[in-house]
Design a protein. Structure first.
Length: 251
């Protein structure tokens, strides 16, 4: 943890060996601006509503230019009038961190329902206050927060098959395994002779870089890195290095 303590800015970290139960943490309860990590809670509520028959993964949405938001994802770059299913949306939200897809899902599932899901699952430092790139909400001080401990709790429930249901958890795990943004935790773990399967979600913004996931090796473990107000390239190198060190320790 010495290397984390030397980072300028706010850093949260949580590690748990899912075989031995060993936990190592640092500022794990500290609320951090969530950036795209909040999408994991949206995913959970989407699956809860699908499980209850309130929505269907086959439901079709039509994209509109007026709804497009900047940055991550694919839908922002497509022509309007594209028909996408709810399954398309939650997949894009996770594997490409698609902000437009996320906002459609937030509107469909409702912010209050997502926050109920967060509270019901014991996440004490997590809250969804606004959609992605909601400049009006941001100007009013509305921000989304989470913590390393809360993200680890959510991931462990998915791993154990207890988030929503065993079937829903298995599907969420498969989506997370298909993550396309792999420059942080997987950087050394999924290159060269290392071909480790990792189910994870990243988050980025100005001075913010996160990655949280489950490393599905022989001795699987959860690892969560959160940061605010940091030098992003510097902290991403820390994420890469510490993830590899912990992976080697568990071999």
């Amino acid at each position: 943890m010495e290397r984390l303590s030397r980072i300028d800015g706010k850093v949260g970290f949580y590690y748990k060996n899912l075989v031995t139960g060993e936990v190592i943490s640092y500022n794990e309860k500290e609320p951090m601006l969530a950036a795209s990590l909040i999408k994991l809670t949206v995913l959970g509520e989407v699956f809860r509503q699908m499980e209850n028959g309130e929505i269907s993964e086959n439901e079709v949405f039509t994209t509109r230019d007026v709804d497009k938001v900047p940055s991550c994802g694919a839908l922002n770059y497509m022509d309007q009038g594209l028909k996408v299913t709810l399954k398309d949306l939650y997949t894009l939200m996770i594997i490409l961190s698609d902000n437009y897809a996320t906002n459609i899902l937030i509107d469909r599932c409702k912010i209050e329902n997502i926050n109920d899901f967060i509270n019901e699952n014991g996440m004490k430092n997590t809250v969804l206050k606004r959609k992605m790139f909601d400049s009006i909400g941001a100007s009013k001080g509305l921000e989304n927060y989470t913590s390393a401990e809360d993200m680890a709790l959510l991931l462990e429930k998915i791993y154990n098959g207890t988030l929503v249901s065993k079937k829903a958890s298995a599907k969420m795990l498969e989506v997370l395994k298909n993550q396309r943004l792999n420059g942080k935790i997987p950087f050394f773990l999924s290159s060269g002779e290392n071909k480790v399967q990792i189910a994870h979600k990243t988050g980025e913004d100005s001075g913010i870089t996160h990655d949280v996931g489950i490393v599905l090796d022989k001795e699987p473990f959860i690892i969560c890195f959160l940061s605010n107000e940091v030098n992003v390239p510097e902290f991403e190198r820390v994420i890469q290095d510490l993830s590899f060190q912990i992976y080697k320790k568990n071999k």
